[in-house]
Design a protein around this ligand. Structure first.
Ligand code: FAD
Length: 462
């Protein structure tokens, strides 16, 4: 007798969840089973941080969404959006309806930065600003952009995204998919100086070369690096020579340091060897950022020099990394902010694998790496799952295939679907065309209810 179809729930329709769904369907034949995947997403639209993290002026990266259509078009994969696991449906319930559950819930919040003044008005988490400008329906619709001088803490790609969006003009960004409320708010931006601060040197900066180079493409932004901020010790030289990408980062920073300043209305200065120690405040508002000068210690690390500088800025953006949130009912490591796992197999507090529960993507290994990295991650997790299925280690679902949709129906949840995404997509493209802005392919819809009104279609029972 042929084996019954394996029913898997993948939680989170970001790249990790989508790649995992794809691999499950593609590789199921290797264990002689068919697989059906329900890809369950909290938001009304799929694609996770590709839609709500990648900067709007990076259309090439956003274009990965198009290649993911091929996966979501597969009949074995069913997108069920507008369902938050842990709130609308418990993990226990999922386990009763599926052979296995993969968590691919990513990261959406800012990591804490523990310096005085961090709670002042004008001190912002980069993740919140990203959520605003990328039109995530869970984030604010307006933003205080009254600061003329702004500090961004963190020398990684997210810091650069934030600095670039704050430095460009609203009109430069309006050709992208940004929604109207974001355009209108960006028009109020007073920033003429944006200062990006990193505690270490060029050989330790976490930018990718392309992002760093591309900063200079805007005619309205003059990118500056102080020649004093270019320094290497033996370990830095070694780090640079062993990584082509790091070497390109160093070359680009050196290029910015030695060239003539560009005549542009906005300055974006990258400061290296400056460690932020305090956000300065007056009457609860940000009035500056204090940094301590650092120097290399010979091992590629830095030490403080005891020399402090106060930078007069009216806003500080903290781009020091993302942080994942726990899903109720799933083990969570509150120090590393990941689901504890062994190669993707979820572990209980005693370190024992929890049967039928898996993790992949940023929730599995922390919020580092590019979209492409989530693919190899998904391979590891899905190989494990399929091996467990082949070994008979997964408990069969307690309920028939249709029961999960009946449960959602009974709870009155307006589920959004893949067919619904096509309608939302078409509506956003029509808004882009109607905007009259040349080259604007899409204008994002931000309001949750409006998204649902386009994308809600009662899913077909299987
Ligand atoms: C600001 C920023 C810019 C970036 N720019 C780039 C770039 O230019 N190029 C690049 O390659 N990479 C970029 N990245 C990295 C890339 O976005 C990540 O590598 C990738 O998105 C991680 O994928 P993921 O699927 O693990 O998580 P996510 O993309 O975060 O997806 C997780 C999904 O799970 C959903 N979810 C969460 N909790 C629940 C729940 N309880 N129930 C149901 N669903 C849930 C979320 O809504 C989300 O859709 C950027 C990241 C950030 C933060």
């Amino acid at each position: 007798m042929s084996q019954p179809t394996l029913r898997i729930a993948v939680i989170g329709a970001g790249p990790a969840g989508i790649y995992a769904s794809d691999l499950l369907v593609k590789n199921a034949a290797s264990i002689g089973r068919e697989v059906h995947v329900d890809l369950i997403e909290k938001l009304p639209a799929p694609f996770g941080l590709i839609r709500y993290g990648v900067a709007p002026d990076h259309p090439r990266i956003k274009g990965i969404i198009t290649s993911l259509h091929r996966v979501l078009d597969r009949p074995e994969i069913r997108l069920l959006g507008n369902i938050e696991i842990g709130r609308d449906v418990t993990v226990e319930e999922l386990r009763e309806h599926y052979d296995a559950v993969i968590f691919a819930t990513g990261a959406i919040a800012d990591r804490d930065l523990d310096i005085p003044g961090v709670d002042a008005q004008g001190s912002f988490g980069a993740a919140d600003f990203v959520g605003f400008y990328d039109g995530n329906p869970e984030f604010p619709r307006t933003w205080d952009l009254s600061a003329q001088s702004v500090a961004v803490i963190g020398v990684g790609n997210v810091g650069l995204d934030v600095a670039r969006v704050l430095s460009k003009t609203a009109d430069e960004l309006n050709v992208t998919e940004i929604p109207d409320n974001v355009y209108e708010t960006l028009r109020t931006n007073q920033a003429t100086e944006v200062h990006v601060f990193g505690r270490r040197g060029p050989a330790q900066a976490k930018f990718t070369p392309q992002e760093l180079k591309e900063l200079d493409h805007s005619p309205t932004v003059n990118v500056v690096v102080d020649p004093e901020d270019i320094d290497y010790d033996d370990a830095s030289i070694e780090a640079r020579s062993s990584s082509k990408s790091q070497d390109l980062v160093c070359q680009t920073l050196e290029g910015y340091a030695i060239r003539e300043p560009k005549d542009a209305p906005h300055t974006l200065q990258i400061h290296l060897f400056e460690s932020p120690t305090e956000i300065l405040t007056r009457d609860g508002r940000v009035v500056g950022l204090r940094t301590e000068r650092t120097e290399l210690d010979g091992t590629g690390h830095v030490r403080g020099t005891g020399t402090f500088t106060d930078w007069p800025v009216q806003a500080v953006y903290r781009a020091v990394g993302y942080r994942s949130e726990p899903v109720p009912g799933v083990p969570f490591n509150h120090v590393e902010h990941v689901i504890p796992n062994d190669g993707g197999h979820v572990l209980d507090p005693a370190g024992t694998p929890v049967p039928g529960l898996y993790a992949t993507g940023w929730i599995k290994r922390g919020p580092v790496g590019l979209i492409g990295n989530t693919k190899s991650d998904a391979k590891e997790t899905t190989d494990l799952l399929l091996a467990d299925a082949a070994a008979g280690l997964l408990d069969a679902p307690l309920h028939p295939a249709d029961a999960f949709l009946q449960l959602l129906d009974a709870r009155g949840i307006p589920v959004t679907t893949w067919e619904g995404w096509y309608r939302l997509d078409a509506a956003e493209r029509a808004l882009g065309e109607a905007s009259g802005v040349e080259g604007k392919e899409r204008r994002k819809i931000v309001e949750w209810e409006e998204m649902v009104s386009h994308a809600h279609i009662t899913p077909a029972y299987v």
